[in-house]
Design a protein around this ligand. Structure first.
Ligand code: SF4
Ligand code: SF4
Length: 314
């Protein structure tokens, strides 16, 4: 039985596709966006998180760590992140729940059983399951089997992707979904590289294929929605928005666009993981900047919505 690593399951989600949804977050992402709101989803394996706000400084975790990765000094717990080997003895010992291991191995059967429990509200709300991440394609065999099983059981699937997927794999698996949420961050390759740590050639190639080959709900294949996380100083300038508008407007079926204004939820996770947040004290975009982005996209004939809610990974 194929298994994979997931780091969260969000029930009754209302922002990850139509209706009420159960969003399953798969671990691993080929990008490392500076403003990622799910840094615990980037690595492929389980990871340790420490929440100082829950720590009572009882010291119970210190002696149980076989690698001496936890110390108590000046009334504070310190984690030696580079020493931690993820055996999680400290997590067991920590009764207040300040230590947490993120990322759990689940079989396809276990995930499908969990989704079946939610079928009743999928049916009533025309919702379904959303596979998100991280990047769901980063566990291709697990994702493939999940998609086939959902198809068999008529559980409608939304795939939420960053688009950096080997194109043959992308084209193989996308038709199994009912709806595709495709994130578009930066058009210029060098700037994309600077923000995400990787080129955008596959992203643009896959988006072009999706925009030319998929329907808009009336034709064959899943519905495509493009999501642009609007991040001040990263991609909210006129040049980038115009380039995005041109690219999307020239697709055979120009997709609807959701603008997701940058927000700071998730920033504290970096502290919990002993990492530094890549965008410092950046604040959300102004209303004017959001409106300008909408106008530029609408001028290219695109239908644009602003989603103020906190999305899973952007
Ligand atoms: S066991 Fe938990 S609460 Fe106690 S010191 Fe360690 S992290 Fe803090
Ligand atoms: S924002 Fe999304 S695409 Fe970027 S690193 Fe995070 S999970 Fe990956």
């Amino acid at each position: 039985m194929t298994s994979g690593v997931i780091f969260d399951v969000k029930r009754f989600a209302v922002h990850d596709g139509p209706g009420l949804r159960t969003t399953v977050f798969l671990k691993g992402c080929p990008l490392s966006c500076l403003g990622c709101h799910n840094p615990e989803g980037q690595g492929r394996g389980p990871e340790l998180l420490f929440r100082p706000d829950r720590c009572t400084v009882c010291g119970d975790c210190v002696p149980v760590c076989p690698h001496q990765a936890i110390t108590l000094a000046n009334g504070e717990v310190r984690i030696g992140w580079d020493r931690c080997q993820l055996e999680a003895a400290c997590v067991e010992a920590c009764l207040p729940g300040a230590l947490e291991l993120v990322g759990e191995v689940k079989t396809v059967d276990e995930v499908v059983d969990l989704l079946e429990d939610d079928r009743i509200y999928f049916d009533e709300s025309r919702g379904g399951v959303t596979f998100s991440g991280g990047e769901p394609f980063s566990q291709p065999d697990f994702l493939r089997e999940l998609l086939y099983r959902c198809k068999e059981r008529e559980l409608p699937v939304v795939l939420d992707t960053c688009g950096h997927v080997e194109p043959a794999l992308f084209q193989e698996l996308i038709p199994l979904a009912a709806h595709l949420l495709f994130d578009l961050k930066v058009m210029d390759e060098d700037r994309h590289n600077a923000y995400t740590g990787i080129h955008n050639r596959w992203i643009l190639q896959n988006l072009e294929w999706a925009g030319n080959e998929l329907g808009s709900g009336r034709g064959k294949g899943p519905v495509l929605t493009v999501r642009i996380p609007l991040i001040p100083g990263v991609n909210d300038d006129e040049e980038n928005i115009q380039a995005s508008a041109r690219f999307l407007g020239e697709l055979r079926t120009p997709p609807p666009v959701d603008i997701l204004p940058y927000h700071r939820l998730g920033v504290d996770k970096y502290d919990r993981m002993g990492r530094e947040y890549g965008l410092g004290a950046l604040t959300p975009p102004s209303q004017v900047a959001v409106q300008l982005a909408c106008q530029l996209l609408e001028k290219a004939g695109l239908s644009v919505s602003v989603r103020g809610e906190q999305h899973g990974d952007d």
